[in-house]
Design a protein around this ligand. Structure first.
Ligand code: MTE
Ligand code: MO
Length: 378
Protein backbone atom coordinates (compact mmCIF):
# COMPACT_ATOMS: atom_id res chain seq x y z
CA UNK A 1 0.00 0.00 0.00
CA UNK A 2 1.75 3.19 -1.20
CA UNK A 3 -0.34 5.13 1.33
CA UNK A 4 0.77 3.14 4.39
CA UNK A 5 3.27 5.84 5.40
CA UNK A 6 0.80 8.76 5.17
CA UNK A 7 0.69 10.90 8.35
CA UNK A 8 -2.08 10.72 10.96
CA UNK A 9 -4.79 13.35 10.66
CA UNK A 10 -7.12 15.24 12.97
CA UNK A 11 -10.42 13.34 13.40
CA UNK A 12 -12.49 16.49 12.87
CA UNK A 13 -11.53 16.75 9.18
CA UNK A 14 -14.34 15.76 6.80
CA UNK A 15 -12.77 13.07 4.61
CA UNK A 16 -13.69 13.11 0.92
CA UNK A 17 -11.21 10.42 -0.23
CA UNK A 18 -8.78 8.36 1.90
CA UNK A 19 -6.24 7.33 -0.75
CA UNK A 20 -5.11 9.85 -1.83
CA UNK A 21 -6.13 11.72 1.30
CA UNK A 22 -8.50 14.63 0.67
CA UNK A 23 -10.37 16.27 3.51
CA UNK A 24 -11.92 19.60 4.40
CA UNK A 25 -12.47 21.68 7.53
CA UNK A 26 -16.01 21.90 8.93
CA UNK A 27 -17.04 25.49 8.16
CA UNK A 28 -18.35 25.96 11.71
CA UNK A 29 -14.69 25.72 12.81
CA UNK A 30 -13.33 27.83 9.93
CA UNK A 31 -15.22 30.89 11.10
CA UNK A 32 -13.94 30.56 14.69
CA UNK A 33 -10.53 32.09 13.96
CA UNK A 34 -8.86 34.43 11.48
CA UNK A 35 -5.95 31.98 11.23
CA UNK A 36 -6.96 28.40 10.52
CA UNK A 37 -5.07 26.01 12.84
CA UNK A 38 -2.70 23.79 10.84
CA UNK A 39 -4.03 20.47 12.18
CA UNK A 40 -7.56 21.18 10.91
CA UNK A 41 -6.52 22.90 7.65
CA UNK A 42 -7.97 21.21 4.55
CA UNK A 43 -5.74 18.72 2.76
CA UNK A 44 -5.68 18.09 -0.97
CA UNK A 45 -3.34 15.41 -2.33
CA UNK A 46 -3.14 13.68 -5.70
CA UNK A 47 -0.74 10.96 -4.51
CA UNK A 48 0.85 9.44 -1.38
CA UNK A 49 2.62 11.93 0.89
CA UNK A 50 6.40 12.12 0.38
CA UNK A 51 8.45 11.54 3.52
CA UNK A 52 11.51 13.80 3.53
CA UNK A 53 14.29 13.13 6.06
CA UNK A 54 16.38 16.30 6.16
CA UNK A 55 19.15 14.65 8.18
CA UNK A 56 19.83 12.18 5.35
CA UNK A 57 20.97 15.07 3.16
CA UNK A 58 18.88 13.76 0.28
CA UNK A 59 16.66 16.80 0.01
CA UNK A 60 17.60 19.71 -2.20
CA UNK A 61 15.95 22.40 -4.24
CA UNK A 62 17.15 22.85 -7.80
CA UNK A 63 16.63 26.31 -9.30
CA UNK A 64 17.20 26.73 -13.02
CA UNK A 65 17.25 30.00 -14.92
CA UNK A 66 16.28 30.37 -18.55
CA UNK A 67 17.89 27.79 -20.87
CA UNK A 68 19.89 26.45 -17.91
CA UNK A 69 22.29 29.39 -18.20
CA UNK A 70 22.43 29.78 -14.43
CA UNK A 71 21.37 27.30 -11.80
CA UNK A 72 21.46 26.77 -8.06
CA UNK A 73 21.22 23.77 -5.82
CA UNK A 74 20.19 24.56 -2.25
CA UNK A 75 19.45 22.52 0.81
CA UNK A 76 16.92 23.88 3.28
CA UNK A 77 19.52 25.49 5.57
CA UNK A 78 21.15 27.25 2.64
CA UNK A 79 17.78 28.60 1.49
CA UNK A 80 17.01 29.83 5.01
CA UNK A 81 20.34 31.58 5.51
CA UNK A 82 20.99 32.98 2.04
CA UNK A 83 17.61 34.67 1.62
CA UNK A 84 15.82 36.99 4.06
CA UNK A 85 12.69 35.43 5.51
CA UNK A 86 9.38 37.02 4.62
CA UNK A 87 5.97 36.37 6.21
CA UNK A 88 2.64 36.54 4.43
CA UNK A 89 -0.88 35.98 5.73
CA UNK A 90 -2.77 34.42 2.86
CA UNK A 91 -5.82 32.30 2.21
CA UNK A 92 -5.38 29.05 0.31
CA UNK A 93 -8.39 27.82 -1.63
CA UNK A 94 -8.85 24.82 -3.90
CA UNK A 95 -10.21 25.56 -7.40
CA UNK A 96 -12.95 23.04 -6.60
CA UNK A 97 -14.08 24.56 -3.29
CA UNK A 98 -17.92 24.49 -3.16
CA UNK A 99 -18.13 21.98 -6.05
CA UNK A 100 -20.94 20.07 -4.27
CA UNK A 101 -23.23 23.08 -4.78
CA UNK A 102 -22.49 22.99 -8.52
CA UNK A 103 -23.13 19.24 -8.58
CA UNK A 104 -26.74 19.92 -7.57
CA UNK A 105 -27.22 21.50 -11.02
CA UNK A 106 -25.66 18.49 -12.78
CA UNK A 107 -22.81 16.16 -11.74
CA UNK A 108 -19.25 17.35 -12.48
CA UNK A 109 -15.98 15.43 -12.25
CA UNK A 110 -14.02 16.04 -9.05
CA UNK A 111 -13.97 15.79 -5.28
CA UNK A 112 -17.28 16.49 -3.57
CA UNK A 113 -16.05 19.59 -1.70
CA UNK A 114 -18.37 21.54 0.55
CA UNK A 115 -17.23 25.04 1.56
CA UNK A 116 -14.24 23.96 3.65
CA UNK A 117 -11.58 23.44 0.96
CA UNK A 118 -10.16 26.77 2.05
CA UNK A 119 -8.22 28.17 4.99
CA UNK A 120 -6.17 31.17 6.04
CA UNK A 121 -2.63 30.88 7.40
CA UNK A 122 0.61 32.72 8.07
CA UNK A 123 3.37 31.49 5.78
CA UNK A 124 7.07 32.23 6.13
CA UNK A 125 9.88 31.63 3.69
CA UNK A 126 12.27 33.06 1.13
CA UNK A 127 10.94 35.38 -1.55
CA UNK A 128 10.88 33.59 -4.89
CA UNK A 129 11.90 36.90 -6.48
CA UNK A 130 15.19 36.90 -4.56
CA UNK A 131 15.96 33.34 -5.63
CA UNK A 132 15.15 34.09 -9.28
CA UNK A 133 17.37 37.20 -9.24
CA UNK A 134 20.17 34.86 -8.18
CA UNK A 135 19.73 32.76 -11.35
CA UNK A 136 19.93 35.77 -13.64
CA UNK A 137 16.27 36.76 -14.01
CA UNK A 138 15.81 40.52 -14.23
CA UNK A 139 12.93 42.99 -14.31
CA UNK A 140 12.61 43.39 -18.05
CA UNK A 141 10.00 43.59 -20.79
CA UNK A 142 11.69 40.68 -22.51
CA UNK A 143 10.51 38.12 -19.96
CA UNK A 144 6.97 39.51 -19.60
CA UNK A 145 5.35 36.33 -20.95
CA UNK A 146 7.65 33.77 -19.39
CA UNK A 147 6.67 31.26 -16.72
CA UNK A 148 8.06 29.66 -13.59
CA UNK A 149 7.61 25.90 -13.38
CA UNK A 150 7.48 24.03 -10.08
CA UNK A 151 7.87 20.27 -9.51
CA UNK A 152 6.87 18.43 -6.35
CA UNK A 153 8.42 15.22 -5.01
CA UNK A 154 5.14 13.33 -5.37
CA UNK A 155 4.71 11.39 -8.58
CA UNK A 156 1.95 9.69 -10.55
CA UNK A 157 2.15 5.99 -11.51
CA UNK A 158 4.25 6.91 -14.58
CA UNK A 159 6.75 8.71 -12.28
CA UNK A 160 5.73 12.15 -13.55
CA UNK A 161 5.90 14.64 -10.66
CA UNK A 162 3.01 16.90 -9.69
CA UNK A 163 4.04 19.98 -11.68
CA UNK A 164 2.52 23.38 -12.31
CA UNK A 165 3.56 26.86 -13.42
CA UNK A 166 2.74 30.49 -12.72
CA UNK A 167 3.46 33.61 -14.79
CA UNK A 168 6.95 35.02 -14.18
CA UNK A 169 5.46 38.50 -13.69
CA UNK A 170 3.67 37.28 -10.53
CA UNK A 171 6.84 35.58 -9.29
CA UNK A 172 9.00 38.68 -9.86
CA UNK A 173 6.50 41.27 -8.57
CA UNK A 174 8.21 42.76 -5.48
CA UNK A 175 4.71 43.19 -4.00
CA UNK A 176 3.42 39.83 -5.24
CA UNK A 177 4.58 38.10 -2.04
CA UNK A 178 5.30 34.76 -3.70
CA UNK A 179 7.43 32.81 -1.24
CA UNK A 180 9.14 29.45 -0.89
CA UNK A 181 7.63 28.66 2.48
CA UNK A 182 9.17 26.43 5.13
CA UNK A 183 6.84 27.55 7.92
CA UNK A 184 3.07 27.56 8.33
CA UNK A 185 1.53 29.27 11.37
CA UNK A 186 4.90 29.62 13.10
CA UNK A 187 5.94 25.95 12.82
CA UNK A 188 7.86 23.99 10.19
CA UNK A 189 5.48 22.80 7.48
CA UNK A 190 3.78 19.51 8.29
CA UNK A 191 4.07 16.63 5.83
CA UNK A 192 0.46 17.09 4.70
CA UNK A 193 1.13 20.73 3.84
CA UNK A 194 4.39 20.16 1.97
CA UNK A 195 7.32 19.56 4.34
CA UNK A 196 9.98 20.75 3.94
CA UNK A 197 9.12 23.40 1.31
CA UNK A 198 6.14 24.63 -0.68
CA UNK A 199 5.36 27.55 -2.94
CA UNK A 200 2.91 30.12 -1.59
CA UNK A 201 1.28 32.14 -4.38
CA UNK A 202 -1.02 34.63 -2.63
CA UNK A 203 -4.21 35.48 -4.49
CA UNK A 204 -3.81 32.47 -6.77
CA UNK A 205 -5.62 29.14 -6.77
CA UNK A 206 -4.39 26.30 -4.52
CA UNK A 207 -3.24 24.05 -7.36
CA UNK A 208 -0.26 26.38 -7.99
CA UNK A 209 0.99 26.19 -4.38
CA UNK A 210 3.23 23.18 -5.08
CA UNK A 211 4.09 21.12 -1.99
CA UNK A 212 7.30 19.11 -1.37
CA UNK A 213 8.94 21.49 -3.83
CA UNK A 214 12.14 20.13 -5.36
CA UNK A 215 12.61 21.93 -8.67
CA UNK A 216 12.01 25.42 -10.07
CA UNK A 217 12.64 26.32 -13.68
CA UNK A 218 12.15 29.53 -15.60
CA UNK A 219 10.79 28.88 -19.07
CA UNK A 220 9.26 30.59 -22.10
CA UNK A 221 6.40 28.11 -21.83
CA UNK A 222 4.06 26.92 -19.13
CA UNK A 223 4.63 23.58 -17.43
CA UNK A 224 3.69 20.82 -19.86
CA UNK A 225 2.26 18.68 -17.07
CA UNK A 226 -1.21 17.20 -17.17
CA UNK A 227 -2.22 19.46 -14.24
CA UNK A 228 -1.17 22.63 -16.03
CA UNK A 229 -2.48 21.72 -19.46
CA UNK A 230 -5.52 19.47 -18.98
CA UNK A 231 -6.90 20.38 -15.58
CA UNK A 232 -7.69 23.52 -13.53
CA UNK A 233 -9.40 25.25 -16.45
CA UNK A 234 -13.02 26.25 -16.90
CA UNK A 235 -15.40 26.04 -19.86
CA UNK A 236 -18.96 27.02 -20.61
CA UNK A 237 -21.87 24.81 -19.50
CA UNK A 238 -22.32 23.32 -23.01
CA UNK A 239 -18.77 21.99 -23.13
CA UNK A 240 -18.52 18.37 -22.06
CA UNK A 241 -15.74 15.78 -21.82
CA UNK A 242 -16.33 14.40 -25.31
CA UNK A 243 -15.83 17.74 -27.08
CA UNK A 244 -13.51 19.69 -24.80
CA UNK A 245 -10.26 21.11 -26.16
CA UNK A 246 -8.21 22.05 -23.10
CA UNK A 247 -5.78 24.12 -25.18
CA UNK A 248 -8.51 26.71 -25.81
CA UNK A 249 -8.73 27.85 -22.18
CA UNK A 250 -6.11 29.52 -19.99
CA UNK A 251 -5.04 27.93 -16.72
CA UNK A 252 -6.82 29.26 -13.64
CA UNK A 253 -4.45 31.55 -11.76
CA UNK A 254 -6.18 34.33 -9.76
CA UNK A 255 -9.55 33.28 -8.38
CA UNK A 256 -12.88 35.16 -8.49
CA UNK A 257 -14.65 36.65 -5.47
CA UNK A 258 -16.53 34.25 -3.21
CA UNK A 259 -18.37 34.19 0.13
CA UNK A 260 -19.88 31.56 2.37
CA UNK A 261 -22.26 31.33 5.35
CA UNK A 262 -20.43 29.15 7.88
CA UNK A 263 -22.75 29.48 10.86
CA UNK A 264 -25.55 28.44 10.89
CA UNK A 265 -25.18 25.48 8.56
CA UNK A 266 -27.60 24.49 5.84
CA UNK A 267 -30.59 22.67 7.36
CA UNK A 268 -29.90 23.80 10.92
CA UNK A 269 -32.55 24.95 13.41
CA UNK A 270 -31.79 28.47 14.69
CA UNK A 271 -33.26 30.23 17.72
CA UNK A 272 -34.31 33.85 17.38
CA UNK A 273 -32.62 36.30 19.75
CA UNK A 274 -34.53 39.61 20.12
CA UNK A 275 -36.27 38.76 16.85
CA UNK A 276 -32.95 38.35 15.01
CA UNK A 277 -30.70 35.58 13.76
CA UNK A 278 -26.92 35.77 13.84
CA UNK A 279 -25.02 34.84 10.68
CA UNK A 280 -21.26 34.36 10.32
CA UNK A 281 -19.02 33.45 7.42
CA UNK A 282 -15.99 34.22 5.28
CA UNK A 283 -15.36 36.17 2.07
CA UNK A 284 -12.31 36.36 -0.16
CA UNK A 285 -11.20 37.40 -3.64
CA UNK A 286 -8.17 36.52 -5.75
CA UNK A 287 -5.42 38.77 -7.08
CA UNK A 288 -5.11 40.61 -3.77
CA UNK A 289 -8.44 42.38 -4.26
CA UNK A 290 -9.84 43.13 -0.81
CA UNK A 291 -13.46 42.51 0.16
CA UNK A 292 -15.23 45.87 0.35
CA UNK A 293 -18.75 44.68 1.14
CA UNK A 294 -20.66 41.56 2.08
CA UNK A 295 -24.43 41.57 1.44
CA UNK A 296 -26.90 39.22 3.07
CA UNK A 297 -30.56 38.65 2.29
CA UNK A 298 -33.19 36.58 4.11
CA UNK A 299 -36.00 37.33 1.62
CA UNK A 300 -34.63 35.95 -1.65
CA UNK A 301 -32.92 39.21 -2.56
CA UNK A 302 -35.85 41.61 -2.09
CA UNK A 303 -33.86 43.43 0.56
CA UNK A 304 -30.16 43.32 1.34
CA UNK A 305 -28.28 44.04 4.55
CA UNK A 306 -24.65 45.04 4.77
CA UNK A 307 -22.73 42.63 7.00
CA UNK A 308 -20.01 43.74 9.38
CA UNK A 309 -16.46 42.82 8.28
CA UNK A 310 -14.77 41.19 11.26
CA UNK A 311 -11.15 41.20 10.03
CA UNK A 312 -9.26 44.23 8.70
CA UNK A 313 -9.17 44.71 4.92
CA UNK A 314 -6.95 46.55 2.48
CA UNK A 315 -8.08 47.33 -1.06
CA UNK A 316 -5.05 45.74 -2.68
CA UNK A 317 -2.44 43.13 -1.72
CA UNK A 318 -5.14 41.70 0.50
CA UNK A 319 -4.23 38.02 0.48
CA UNK A 320 -6.05 36.99 3.64
CA UNK A 321 -9.74 36.28 3.86
CA UNK A 322 -12.20 38.43 5.78
CA UNK A 323 -14.75 36.99 8.15
CA UNK A 324 -18.13 38.72 8.29
CA UNK A 325 -21.14 38.68 10.60
CA UNK A 326 -24.69 40.01 10.59
CA UNK A 327 -27.68 40.12 12.94
CA UNK A 328 -30.84 40.06 10.88
CA UNK A 329 -34.49 40.43 11.85
CA UNK A 330 -36.45 37.40 10.64
CA UNK A 331 -40.17 36.53 10.78
CA UNK A 332 -40.95 33.01 11.93
CA UNK A 333 -43.39 31.79 9.33
CA UNK A 334 -43.22 28.10 10.17
CA UNK A 335 -41.42 27.69 6.83
CA UNK A 336 -37.72 27.38 6.18
CA UNK A 337 -35.88 30.68 5.69
CA UNK A 338 -33.38 31.00 2.85
CA UNK A 339 -30.22 32.90 3.65
CA UNK A 340 -28.19 34.33 0.76
CA UNK A 341 -24.73 35.87 0.90
CA UNK A 342 -22.61 37.56 -1.74
CA UNK A 343 -19.45 39.64 -1.54
CA UNK A 344 -18.09 42.57 -3.52
CA UNK A 345 -14.33 43.00 -4.02
CA UNK A 346 -12.23 46.13 -4.53
CA UNK A 347 -12.70 45.84 -8.31
CA UNK A 348 -16.48 45.94 -7.69
CA UNK A 349 -16.64 42.38 -8.95
CA UNK A 350 -19.40 40.39 -7.35
CA UNK A 351 -20.74 36.84 -7.46
CA UNK A 352 -23.30 35.50 -9.93
CA UNK A 353 -26.68 34.63 -8.43
CA UNK A 354 -26.81 30.93 -9.25
CA UNK A 355 -24.56 27.99 -10.15
CA UNK A 356 -26.59 27.04 -13.21
CA UNK A 357 -24.87 29.18 -15.85
CA UNK A 358 -21.54 28.90 -14.08
CA UNK A 359 -21.62 25.12 -14.36
CA UNK A 360 -18.54 23.54 -15.92
CA UNK A 361 -17.71 19.88 -16.36
CA UNK A 362 -14.77 20.04 -13.96
CA UNK A 363 -16.79 21.78 -11.23
CA UNK A 364 -14.24 24.55 -10.63
CA UNK A 365 -14.80 28.20 -9.69
CA UNK A 366 -18.14 27.48 -7.98
CA UNK A 367 -18.55 31.04 -6.72
CA UNK A 368 -22.28 31.78 -6.99
CA UNK A 369 -24.16 33.29 -4.03
CA UNK A 370 -24.03 30.87 -1.13
CA UNK A 371 -27.64 29.94 -0.33
CA UNK A 372 -28.66 27.94 2.71
CA UNK A 373 -32.00 27.04 4.28
CA UNK A 374 -32.58 27.17 8.03
CA UNK A 375 -35.64 26.73 10.22
CA UNK A 376 -36.06 29.67 12.54
CA UNK A 377 -37.62 29.03 15.97
CA UNK A 378 -38.85 31.41 18.70
N1 MTE B 1 1.48 20.03 -4.58
C1 MTE B 1 1.87 18.77 -4.81
N2 MTE B 1 3.19 18.52 -4.89
N3 MTE B 1 0.97 17.78 -4.96
C2 MTE B 1 -0.39 18.01 -4.90
O1 MTE B 1 -1.19 17.06 -5.03
N4 MTE B 1 -2.16 19.70 -4.63
C3 MTE B 1 -2.46 21.10 -4.95
C4 MTE B 1 -1.56 22.04 -4.16
N5 MTE B 1 -0.19 21.62 -4.22
C5 MTE B 1 -0.83 19.35 -4.67
C6 MTE B 1 0.16 20.33 -4.47
C7 MTE B 1 -3.84 21.49 -4.74
S1 MTE B 1 -4.95 21.09 -5.96
C8 MTE B 1 -4.23 22.25 -3.66
S2 MTE B 1 -5.81 22.81 -3.53
C9 MTE B 1 -3.28 22.60 -2.59
O2 MTE B 1 -1.99 22.04 -2.80
C10 MTE B 1 -3.78 22.09 -1.25
O3 MTE B 1 -2.88 22.43 -0.23
P1 MTE B 1 -3.05 21.86 1.24
O4 MTE B 1 -3.16 20.37 1.17
O5 MTE B 1 -1.88 22.33 2.01
O6 MTE B 1 -4.34 22.45 1.80
MO1 MO C 1 -6.99 22.16 -5.50
Amino acid sequence: DPYANDPRRHPVLVVRTKKPFNAETPTSLLVESFITPTDIFYVRHHFPVPDVDLSSGDYSLEVIGLDEKYSLNLNLDQLKTAYAPHSVTAALQCSGNRRSEMNRVKPTKGLEWGQGAMGNAVWKGARLRDVLLAVGITDSDENENWHVRFDGLDTDPTSAPYAISIPLTKAMDPRGDVILAYEMNGEPLTRDHGFPLRVVVPGTTGARWVKWLTRIEVSRNESDSHWQQCDYKSFNPSTDWDKVDFSTAPAIQEMPVTSVVCDPQNGEKVKLKDGKIKLRGYAWSGGGRGIVRVDVSVDLGKTWHVAELVDPVKLSKQWAWTRWQANLPVQTTGQETEVWVRAVDSGYNTQPEGMEHLWNMRGVLAVAYHKIKVSVEE
